[in-house]
Design a protein around this ligand. Structure first.
Ligand SMILES: [Fe+2]
Length: 238
């Protein structure tokens, strides 16, 4: 089995593997392990999209996905492989590279590219065709316990996404048994602060500008209403 086949197999088995990991591998859970993104050593590869490039239309067009996934996400993979070739990070998994370089200004190029690979794979999985709507009952209960209602949770997510100044991400996370909404700048990820990411919305301009120009709020509300993958969030909360 070659490298690509190995990764594709891991994606197909990802959900089961993640549940097993959730039960038994504290270190993996502590890193917020993402189904399908557990990557072995370099060279890192661009994980396949979990759907066709036009699957999210009309909310996000194939044109946007083509650039976002095919150019930006791919670009981070190429950059990281160049940056870590022959270094102490060359044989580390993506998650270990993120943990090892977080908060170190002299390692920011490696961190930024590694975290952007992880964040983007997590983002693709945070959406699906015909998403949005009513969350599964188990997630709905958690939302009501932490925010009062599903709508209140969505409003907080939207507010975080819209108010992030410049490039970044809005996240639904689990911390201390509570759901929380946080936002991060640039490539920063809640993984490095001990939170467990459940889902994310990319608010870098490259995520929406071709389709929405400067109307970030319209992009965010459309994603939350029509694409967000609540099942993925619940799976990560398990
Ligand atoms: Fe992005």
């Amino acid at each position: 089995m070659n490298k690509k086949d190995t990764i594709n197999s891991s994606i197909m088995l990802g959900r089961r593997d993640f549940l097993i990991a959730s039960a038994g591998a504290a270190a993996w859970v502590a890193m917020g392990g993402l189904p399908g993104t557990a990557q072995a050593a370099s060279p890192h590869v661009l994980p396949p999209l979990p759907y066709a490039e036009n699957a999210l239309e009309p909310v996000i067009t194939a044109h946007t996905i083509g650039f976002h996934y095919g150019k930006h996400h791919q670009g981070y993979v190429g950059n990281l492989n160049k940056l870590i070739a022959g270094t102490e990070y060359g044989d580390l998994s993506l998650e270990k590279i993120i943990a090892a370089t977080a908060g170190q200004p002299e390692k920011s190029a490696i961190f930024n590219n590694a975290a952007q690979i992880w964040n983007h794979t997590f983002y693709w999985n945070s959406m699906k065709a015909k998403g949005g709507g009513e969350p599964p009952a188990a997630l709905k209960q958690k939302m009501e316990a932490s925010f009062g209602s599903v709508d209140a949770c969505k409003k907080e997510l939207a507010a975080a996404a819209v108010s992030q100044f410049g490039s970044g991400w809005a996240w639904l996370v689990l911390e201390g048994g509570q759901l929380k909404v946080v936002k991060t700048a640039n490539a920063e990820t809640p993984l490095t602060t001990g939170m467990k990411p459940l889902l994310t919305v990319d608010v870098w301009e490259h995520a929406y500008y071709l389709d929405y120009q400067n109307r970030r709020a319209d992009y965010v509300s459309a994603v939350l209403d029509k694409l967000i993958n609540w099942e993925f969030a619940l799976q990560n909360a398990g």
